[in-house]
Ligand binder design. Structure first.
Ligand code: ATP
Ligand code: MG
Length: 513
């Protein structure tokens, strides 16, 4: 065949593209034939509701899963499907939504997994590896203990390892599936700087996030997915936030999501608090914590990563100890030696890391939702199966779980939907005090609105709710009172009426005072 004198391809040829990739699980098509293009020097947002198929598409691009049909091309040539190391070799790196790290291995070994620098005769060059790792940390301004096993790091540090591991590949295509879950404002800004530098070097970046502010801050173009299909593709300048939300979740939910700014009035709190920390401290971790939560109140604790908010929650919950001060429940001093004791006293904790704690991934949605409360559905030793089903169905509807299938194994749900199951599991227990640690990381805007409505309904029924959140929009939306923590101490406490997002940013040290 004769070559045409003019090349057919446009000036900036695609770095990578899919041709009609499709993914079917059993009878469910989760990705309809999709053409998706990554161009050089472009940061493309990939957005859509929980379960829309974003991770599925990224996993196909990264070779982590094989499509049911269709092709993936890199530099115009067909690439082998479902072969992650082959994709890496072609310059395609991926930060997956859920950790792909090997927990028992050190940070250092994880960073270089699959591409160990070797000396002659194939000997591993540990010294060089360490030097490379230190240079990488310095370049990106990240502090990590290189020899620590990954399993001992908190979720946010694991995320940093995951990000650095991808950056260490010098990839030409960088796929990021919710890279900023758990990261604080300052870390997100730093990551965005890195992304801009990569773009300037011609790297193609795909950025998946439910934090739409981030999408507008760093992306050039946006692809919207809905129910396994691409429904829109536009330059970011051509679209506004409300329009984006409408494309993602449809008109009805979009109205609900924007209505969340209208907060119902809060009754003034009187009488003794349900939960009270007085001078609570733990050597070298947090100190002098005076904090109370009344029945029918939502208190949000915000702060930068490292403020020790999670550690405080764990101490209240009996998962860690405290060594000074007192904890009171309805005016009586308590000190739980284990979470089991705390739960027996009516305290619940929705943890930030749903994969390590909280969910039984191989069990079904219904089992996860009601396992802890099964005794409620028994009579004379017999399980009332219909009532178990009804209870599960109630939470599936309240949280708009997708797909609404009580029999589905939790591990098969999309990330945001897993988070909804974890929340439903604790709400089903009806604790008197509910502690939530970053409850909506990975949850889409529509589902967030539903979760906030659910929390408000529980508040109205008298639950005392304490939320740790780095998401200032979330704090401004649901808090009755806001507590700012830094370096293990409370630096400010105020009612929501006195709080502004700008003021919070100043308190957090994210912008100069
Ligand atoms: N192994 C599997 N078996 C059956 N269904 C699956 C499997 N893996 C994923 N799914 C389904 O595929 C659909 C798309 O999931 P995917 O993880 O791609 O969504 P997502 O857009 O990344 O959502 P999120 O924002 O919650 O991360 C979901 O309905 C999910 O339940
Ligand atoms: Mg996902």
């Amino acid at each position: 065949m004769q070559r045409p004198s003019e090349p057919e391809m446009p000036a900036a040829a695609a770095l990578m593209r899919t041709r009609a990739v499709r993914k079917v699980y059993g009878t469910q098509t989760v990705l309809h034939p999709t053409d998706f293009v990554v161009s050089p020097g472009e940061v493309r947002a990939l957005v859509g509701a929980n379960g829309a198929g974003k991770s599925t598409l990224l996993k196909i691009l990264a070779g982590a899963i094989e499509p049911s049909s269709g092709e993936v091309e890199v530099d115009g040539a067909a690439a082998p499907l479902g072969r992650p190391t082959e994709m890496l070799r072609r310059g395609v790196a991926c930060i997956h939504q859920h950790s792909n790290l090997v927990p028992e291995m050190s940070v250092l070994d994880n960073l270089f997994l699959g591409r160990m620098p070797t000396r002659r005769f194939g000997l591993l060059d540990r010294a060089r590896q360490r030097r490379d790792a230190q240079a990488l940390l310095a370049r990106h301004g990240v502090e990590l203990e290189l020899d620590a096993p990954v399993s001992e790091l908190p979720a946010v540090k694991q995320k940093e390892v995951e990000i650095l591991k991808a950056l260490a590949r010098d990839a030409r295509v960088l796929l990021m599936d919710e890279p900023t879950g758990w990261l604080s404002v300052a870390d997100v800004a730093r990551l965005h700087e890195t992304i801009r530098a990569l773009r300037a070097r011609g790297v193609g970046v795909v950025y998946t996030s439910h934090m739409l502010d981030e999408v507008f801050a760093v992306c050039d173009s946006v692809t919207v997915m809905r129910d396994g299909r691409i429904v829109a593709d536009a330059p970011i300048r051509a679209i506004d936030r409300a329009g984006l939300v409408r494309l993602m979740v449809g008109d009805a939910l979009a109205r609900e999501a924007s209505g969340q700014a209208m907060r119902p009035p809060v009754a003034a709190q009187s009488g003794p608090p349900r939960l009270r920390c007085a001078g609570l401290g733990r050597q070298g971790v947090f100190r002098d914590i005076d904090l109370d939560v009344h029945a029918g109140e939502i208190v949000c604790v915000t702060g930068l990563v490292g403020a020790k908010r999670t550690e405080l929650m764990q101490a209240i919950f009996g998962a860690e100890r405290f060594d000074t001060g007192t904890l009171e429940l309805d005016g009586r001093a308590v000190a739980f030696r284990s979470p089991r004791q705390a739960i027996a006293h009516g305290i619940g904790l929705v943890t930030e890391d749903r994969h390590r704690e909280g969910l039984l991934l191989n069990l079904t949605v219904a089992e996860n939702l009601v396992l802890a409360t099964l005794q409620r559905y028994q009579r004379a030793g017999l399980l009332l199966a219909a009532r178990v089903r009804a209870a599960a169905a109630r939470w599936i509807a309240a949280l708009n779980l997708q797909p609404p299938d009580p029999g589905m194994a939790v591990r098969l749900l999309s990330g945001g939907n897993q988070q909804k199951v974890l929340l439903g599991k604790w709400l089903e227990r009806q604790p008197r005090v509910l502690l939530l640690d970053e409850p909506t990381v990975g949850v889409d805007v529509g589902a967030k609105a539903e979760i906030y409505a659910t929390l408000r309904a529980e508040r109205a029924k008298g639950m005392a709710i304490l939320v740790v959140s780095s998401d200032l929009e979330e704090v401004m939306t649901i808090a009755d009172r806001v507590v700012v923590m830094a370096d293990g101490s409370i630096v400010r406490m105020q009612s929501i009426g006195e709080t502004t997002a700008a003021g919070l940013l100043r308190d957090l040290g994210a912008v100069p005072a």
